[in-house]
Design a binder for this molecule. Structure first.
Ligand code: NAD
Length: 437
């Protein structure tokens, strides 16, 4: 099929490359000329494992091209909207400016029978509104909401083999003409056994908001347990192991630590609360305010713990922060807890050095006042304390014996509870985890 993908960021660039991999003829369109020039030369605008190789492979086939010219969407049967929906400045709601602008710019190029597919995460009600615009332009065209569930760091495999596909169509019916078209787009994944659900527009939009709210709640639940463990001397990691053995609970997403961040969960739960408020259903989601508050408290807790381990003061303390990205295998620093903690520590007088294998360029744009060091050995040299805040494999596999001689004090705060506490202690380190004795 001929497909256009509008918005080539973390979601759209991967989606465009994967659709071409599945055999479609794809044009990726973005307003960012720099990004498009890079993509056209198979250079990914961000770090995502496997993406550059995939770009090279599919560009060799001639099935994938990139442009800033929206008129290139003309001739495609299916148009995916993948632009950003960031949090509005000074408000909790989602900023729909980009989705609206992209849709309006696309409209003159759609043809009879075309399908416009929204993948961005939007406030419930947006799809029906945008569907009206599409049908006013072209009565035989349709709008589908097809929320995206990819995880950064696994985006390529998640897009090629998603765990489910949700199609939100106007009448919520399997017989809607857009269903067969999308089945053709995703034929490869469907043949591989991916389940798909057809819903109406609002249900599809809510599936995404509900999924992210559930995940955020699970993380904040275990972080709330970590707070109680800290008050009682209990160990939240053993608690999570034990409750996670109950199939109804499950161990996944029960990792206590410094909390969640990134370009999705924080802004999505806030946008969901804001939208529920507009709909008069705000009481249903007041618990998400607590989820958000528990999450933000983890960041302050790390600052307090660091001060405590360093003998009550941060002034002049040399702190090395291991990790800047919001999660490993990504260079995304949007709302990164690691960077937010690094900045708070520096504000309180510590001398902070941040290292990360991939995210330093993005981090230094967002927090230019912090000191960055790409070389891990140099970064930890002379540190008074190490803070492991993003669990990259190279930090998980640090050898406490080997690095002893390079730091100035043997202190480590494991913000992700991923190190072997007994091993670090045996090597002479003061080891502290989150919610652990
Ligand atoms: P992003 O900021 O990385 O990318 C958005 C892209 O859209 C940018 O490249 C921007 O230049 C482009 N853009 C903006 N206005 C445009 C226009 N009018 N025409 C063409 N391009 C335009 O954001 P992202 O992380 O890719 O997220 C996009 C959407 O997908 C968001 O709604 C997000 O919540 C959702 N989502 C993201 C992920 C993820 O892991 N990143 C996962 C699932 C859903």
């Amino acid at each position: 099929m001929r497909i256009s993908v509008i918005g080539c960021g973390y979601l759209g660039a991967v989606h465009a490359a994967c659709m071409a991999k599945l055999g479609h003829e794809v044009v990726g369109i973005d307003v960012d000329e720099h990004k498009i020039n890079g993509l056209a030369n198979s250079t990914a605008p961000f770090y995502e494992p496997g993406l550059e190789q995939l770009l090279r492979d599919v560009q060799d086939t001639g099935r994938l091209s990139f442009t800033t010219d929206m008129s290139a969407a003309a001739g495609s049967d299916v148009h995916f909207i993948c632009v950003g929906t960031p949090q509005k400045k000074g408000e909790n709601g989602a900023d729909m400016t980009y989705v609206d602008a992209a849709t309006l710019a696309l409209l003159p190029h759609i043809a009879p029978g075309n399908i416009v597919v929204g993948k961005s995460t939007v406030p419930v009600g947006s799809a029906s509104r945008l569907a009206g615009l599409v049908q006013a332009q072209e009565a035989t065209a349709h709008l589908v909401w097809n929320p995206e569930f990819l995880r950064e760091g696994h985006a390529v495999s998640d897009t090629l083999s998603p765990d489910r596909l949700v199609y939100g169509v106007a009448d919520g019916s399997e017989d809607h003409p857009a269903v067969a078209v999308l089945d053709e787009v995703y034929a490869g994944s469907l043949a591989g056994g991916t389940p798909r659900l057809v819903t109406d527009h609002p249900t599809a939009e809510l599936v995404k908001a509900a999924a992210n709210s559930f995940l955020a709640t699970k993380i904040s639940f275990i972080n709330a347990m970590a707070e109680v463990c800290e008050a009682t001397g209990a160990d939240v990691t053993r608690l999570a192991d034990a409750i996670g053995m109950d199939d109804r609970i499950g161990r996944q997403f029960l990792h206590a630590g410094i909390g969640f961040g990134g370009g999705c969960l924080p802004k999505d739960i806030r946008a969901f609360m804001a939208r529920a408020g507009e709909l008069g259903a705000d009481q249903a989601l007041t618990f998400l305010r607590e989820v958000d508050a528990i999450n933000m408290r983890r960041r302050s807790r790390v600052v307090e713990l660091t001060r405590e381990i360093c003998g009550g003061t941060l002034l002049g303390t040399r702190i090395t922060v291991l990790g800047a990205a919001f999660k490993p295998e990504s260079d995304d620093v949007r709302d990164s807890p690691a960077l937010s903690i690094a900045a708070q520590l520096q504000l309180q007088g510590a001398v902070v050095t941040v290292t990360d294998p991939k995210a330093l360029a993005n981090a230094s744009k967002r927090f230019p006042e912090l000191h960055y060091e790409a070389d891990l050995d140099k970064a930890i040299g002379q540190a008074d304390i190490l803070l492991l805040l993003t669990e990259w494999q190279e930090y998980r596999s640090l050898d406490p014996y080997e690095i002893c001689s390079r730091v100035s004090s043997l202190r480590i705060l494991d913000g992700r509870n991923v190190l072997d506490a007994a091993k670090w202690r045996a090597a002479g380190w003061t080891y502290r985890g989150m919610g652990r004795p």
